[in-house]
Design a protein around this ligand. Structure first.
Ligand code: DGT
Ligand code: CA
Ligand code: CA
Ligand code: ZN
Length: 577
């Protein structure tokens, strides 16, 4: 078993444990472990063999995971994983992606109706075989039918960070081909969508055979779906598709524009072109009366310029306002950019479930150009993460005061906490202690299955508390694995406006919560947004760009993003006056 195999086993453990409703922190321990193992420079087997090395000395690997790594290396399998696999028919994982259908109900349906595929489930609903089961109603059938489309697409799409890793592997594999003149990734990946349905590669090369032969020996290749003169599609890893197109150099810009999409953007571009007397396809732009003579197409800039437009960043190409903006750049909104970010206001340290100390996180944040951060460890309800009680919090904040006093420059650490909103409603930390914090995040981690009324009231109640500044990951979704909890976001937005509070865009690529669409609504309501990494290690701080990318896709102006404000403005906003 090599490191990649071990990491895969831990990832699968995490997925399956999550499916079975296991504690989120245990799930995360496996995810972190998987990442830590994948990042190791040495083979795990070698580390385990060396008496002078200790696997647990590497960040992200505790004694449990070290033990399981040993089992994997020595036996090639993990009994817990085997057991979970047999308890979990693959369709169950897909079924739990149907919004509103929890694990328990999915298990009952799967067993009672011998469901093998989502198609079986659709049939069962259409034939009204679900409503007759105990605990199910006609309403459930409709809910499932409505949710099936979402589940079907979720089961085939990968998250942006997973796409990033695949793209890097593909790039490294293809780059060695000297005959490749240009190589670019297009499609939803280039647009930075939160999930990607397939990877689209564009290549300029005279030698199609060499390029296709090289793609055909990609490690992880499962099968070649089609191979033609200019187009090749393969399946890689877990059923995921990669499309390659080879285009002539003079068409590269037109092809890149075309295959970057989105469809809606392309429709808008083509309709504008027609009105101006041009026709556009993936080979270039031509005059309507001379469709065979291309007048633009080597670069995207050239193509957009022909239509009187500035070049449009791929993340804006969703058929919203981007053509208007590109037409009159001076009146376009100042959309948030990664260079505008001066702080990160949600991160964990070794005091709770983080991997690095206050000093290490602060140094790493400074290296990344940040001017201030907030340390926000978990509160005591989160016992799995060694959440802090009042006494430990006060001690940590005294530590932060000392740290700030010793800072030579302007860099500052805010005294924060990620305080759980308890199942019954109240906050996990006493008001008189919260009053001493600079920055209080309220989060719902437990009781996520409660009714819409209950969860909404917990969140609105938290916003009403004068010490709370922001709600983290406001819908609790985990992309592709857990639907948002039932919450009336309109009521949450209303409360945020009334109490002058902020909402988070959690940058973790597994969350991206608030989502793009919800962000647009929050921003329309005038609610300040904090884009935070929720880092549990130094590396976690690098997730900021995912959050910023989603905020850009939502077209959020930088002034509305708290992370762009100087500390003085943040401190005065924190008075909520
Ligand atoms: P995905 O892969 O589902 O995440 O989304 P995309 O946007 O990458 O879609 P994909 O891979 O089917 O195609 C890539 C781009 O190529 C798409 O955004 C627009 C363009 N495209 C592909 N096929 C068509 C088509 O039949 N009509 C139009 N208008 N555009 C197309
Ligand atoms: Ca695609
Ligand atoms: Ca495609
Ligand atoms: Zn957190």
């Amino acid at each position: 078993m090599n490191n990649v195999d071990i990491a895969h086993a831990f990832e699968e453990m995490a997925d399956l444990l999550e499916l079975h409703g296991e504690n989120a922190f245990r799930v995360r321990a496996y995810r972190q472990g998987a990442k830590a193992i994948a990042d190791l420079a040495l083979p795990v087997a070698e580390i385990l063999r060396d008496p002078n090395q200790d696997l647990t000395s590497f960040p992200g690997i505790g004694s449990t995971l070290a033990e399981k790594s040993r089992t994997l290396v020595e036996t090639g399998s993990l009994p817990q994983l085997e057991k979970l696999r047999t308890e979990t028919p693959p369709v169950l994982m897909q079924m739990t992606r149907i919004p509103g259908l929890g694990v328990k109900k999915a298990v009952v349906l799967q067993k009672e109706l011998s469901i093998q595929s989502l198609e079986d489930l659709r049939l069962a609903c259409q034939e009204q075989r679900v409503r007759v089961l105990k605990g199910f109603a006609a309403k459930t059938e409709q809910l499932i039918l409505d949710g099936l489309a979402i589940a079907e697409s979720a089961s085939q799409r990968i998250r942006l960070d997973q796409a990033d890793r695949l793209v890097q592997r593909l790039r490294e594999h293809l780059e060695v081909v000297e005959e490749i003149e240009r190589l670019e990734f297009a499609g939803s990946y280039r647009r930075g969508k939160e999930t990607v349905g397939d990877i689209d590669i564009l290549v300029v090369s005279e030698n199609h055979t060499t390029v296709m032969d090289r793609l055909g020996c990609f490690p992880g290749l499962q099968s070649v779906i089609v191979r033609g003169e200019t187009k090749m599609s393969i399946r890689v890893d877990d059923q995921f598709q990669v499309d390659l197109r080879i285009v002539p150099g003079q068409s590269f810009g037109a092809a890149l524009q075309y295959f970057t999409g989105s469809k809606d953007h392309n429709v808008a571009v083509r309709s504008r072109a027609r009105k101006m007397g041009f026709t556009i396809n993936e080979y270039g732009a031509a005059k309507l009366d001379k469709p065979d003579t291309y007048v633009a197409g080597r670069t995207e800039e050239e193509l957009y310029a022909l239509l009187g437009l500035q070049w449009i960043a791929p993340e804006f190409r969703e058929g919203r306002h981007e053509l208007q903006w590109a037409e009159m750049p001076n009146s376009a909104p100042q959309v948030i950019d990664v260079n505008d970010i001066v702080c990160d206001l949600h991160m964990h340290t070794t005091q709770s479930d983080g991997n690095h100390s206050l000093e290490q996180m602060a140094a790493a944040a400074q290296q990344r150009g940040l001017k201030h951060i907030a340390i926000t460890d978990h509160s005591k309800r989160v016992s799995m993460a060694r959440g802090l009680d009042e006494a430990r919090l006060l001690a940590q904040w005294a530590e932060i005061d000392r740290f700030n006093a010793q800072q030579p420059g302007e860099f500052r650490v805010l005294k924060g906490v990620e305080c759980d909103v308890l199942e019954a409603g109240p906050l996990d930390i006493a008001d008189e202690v919260l009053a001493q914090a600079d920055w209080v995040i309220a989060s719902v981690h437990y009781g996520q299955k409660q009714s819409r009324e209950q969860i909404t009231e917990r969140i609105v109640g938290a916003l009403r508390n004068p010490h709370v500044d922001i709600i983290a990951h406001p819908t609790g979704r985990l992309i592709g694995s857990r639907p948002p909890y039932e919450v009336d976001l309109a009521a949450v937005f209303e409360a945020a406006v009334e109490y002058k509070k902020a909402l988070e865009l959690n940058s973790s690529p597994m969350r991206l919560d608030l989502s793009e669409v919800n962000l647009m609504a929050a921003c329309a309501a005038g609610i300040p947004i904090a884009i935070n990494t929720d880092a549990h290690s130094i590396d976690g701080l690098d997730a900021m760009h995912y959050g910023v990318l989603q905020a850009r896709r939502a077209g959020i102006e930088k002034g509305q993003v708290i992370n762009t404000w100087p500390l003085s403005r943040l401190l005065s906003w924190l008075q909520h006056a």
